[in-house]
Design a protein around this ligand. Structure first.
Ligand code: PAF
Length: 280
């Protein structure tokens, strides 16, 4: 695996491979890799002769009081995991390479960002769309891979690809969970032992709602209530949102009649945890 830190060097390395017609798979990450990232990378390697992974903790998607400075980083461990997985290129740029002085251009997707994380994290998706479009322009991938765990992110990037006529196929892959159901996330490393034991309640609540849906409860407010009442049993959770949204529009639905997501976000002693399950 080649680790490349500059845009110019990465473009130079990829150009002859593109000329040979080799399809390029791309997995953007912020590092501190776990099995969720590795599942995306494994799919890219299975689908494409060349796989590029980026590690860039993107300051533009962190709100002023969020965890930019303490976001977990371990390049040596990440590099070893990527080597072992068989990745061809790691792109690891510095902040100044991506956002040089006097940087002024931003990308926004509107309606899909109205709810969920878009509603509670000002500028979050603007930061994500901007970095992802920049990375797409640098790597020029044929295929890219995102996880269902950040379902709003995946749908927003899909919309950006369609609206901006990018020739990139985006695949959304299933959430990878710990044995106790907690969705894998780099931020899980913030949890102390006690909170780590509390966190799987999120998935238990989602499963309970899913069970009730299968038993015939299709009213969104009732399904949300089920999740809410289970999470309320644990006073450490501060609920940010619990919503059921249509899979295409990401707007609220009253009845679950088409593909939808029950998505939630909570704060657990300063750690933001998100999760979702798909209906239909
Ligand atoms: O999901 C992430 O890790 C980030 O939001 C992404 C897509 C790498 C953009 O910074």
């Amino acid at each position: 695996m080649l680790t490349i830190e500059t845009i110019e060097k990465l473009k130079t390395a990829l150009k002859p491979l593109k000329m040979q017609g080799k399809s390029i798979g791309f997995v953007p990450t912020m590092g501190f890799l776990h099995q969720g990232h590795l599942s995306l990378i494994e799919q890219s390697i299975a689908d494409n002769p060349i796989t590029v992974v980026s590690i860039f903790v993107n300051p533009a998607q962190f709100q002023p009081n969020m965890d930019l400075d303490r976001y977990p980083r371990d390049l040596a461990r990440d590099t070893a995991l990527l080597e072992k997985a068989g990745v061809d290129f790691l792109f690891f740029p510095d902040v100044t390479e991506i956002y040089p002085e006097n940087y002024q251009t931003w990308v926004e997707v509107y309606q899909l960002t109205d709810l969920l994380d878009g509603a509670s994290r000002a500028g979050y998706f603007k930061g994500i769309c901007t970095i992802v479009l920049k990375l797409f322009n640098i790597v020029q991938p044929d295929k890219t891979y995102f996880g269902q765990k950040d379902i709003q992110q995946a749908r927003v990037i899909q919309k950006m690809i369609a609206d901006l006529h990018l020739d990139i196929d985006l695949k959304i892959l299933p959430i990878i969970r710990e044995n106790d159901g907690l969705a894998m996330s780099s931020r899980n490393s913030y949890l102390n032992e006690k909170d780590r034991k509390i966190a799987p309640l999120l998935y238990k609540a989602l499963c309970e709602a899913e069970k009730r849906f299968e038993q015939g409860e299709h009213r969104a407010n009732k399904l949300i209530q089920i999740v809410h009442s289970i999470l309320s049993q644990e006073s450490a959770f501060i609920i940010d949102y619990i919503d059921i949204v249509d899979a295409n529009t990401l707007q609220r639905v009253e009845q679950v009649t088409n593909t939808a997501y029950l998505a939630l976000a909570v704060d657990l002693h300063g750690t933001r945890l998100i999760d979702n399950t798909q209906y239909l």
